[in-house]
Design a protein around this ligand. Sequence first.
Ligand SMILES: [Mg+2]
Length: 110
Amino acid sequence: MKLYFKPTDHRNPDSEEATLLLIEAVDKWGTEDQLRMAQEEAGELIAAINQYLRQRIPLLDVAEEVADVLIMASQVAEIIDRSSPGLVDSLLGQKLHRLRTRLGNKTEPK
Ligand SMILES: [Mg+2]
């Protein structure tokens, strides 16, 4: 498993500890519960963005839901990785490449 975000707050676990925490969560609560939690958090992010666009909450309030979704998306990636190792990473690479192409290859790595 790899994290798809980088914790930077010194009070929180570093990347390695965070990775182990997310694996532990999947092991403890299981695939179905964590997939349902991912659905719930994705829904909360959708609602928060909607509230922001309707000028009912500040953009900073969307941050909490983004953090929740990043944590749950990493757990979903871990769940997928257990049956299809490397698939999410591969798709992520392909999609980033496509994004680079759409942006005109201005950020092509050396
Ligand atoms: Mg949430």
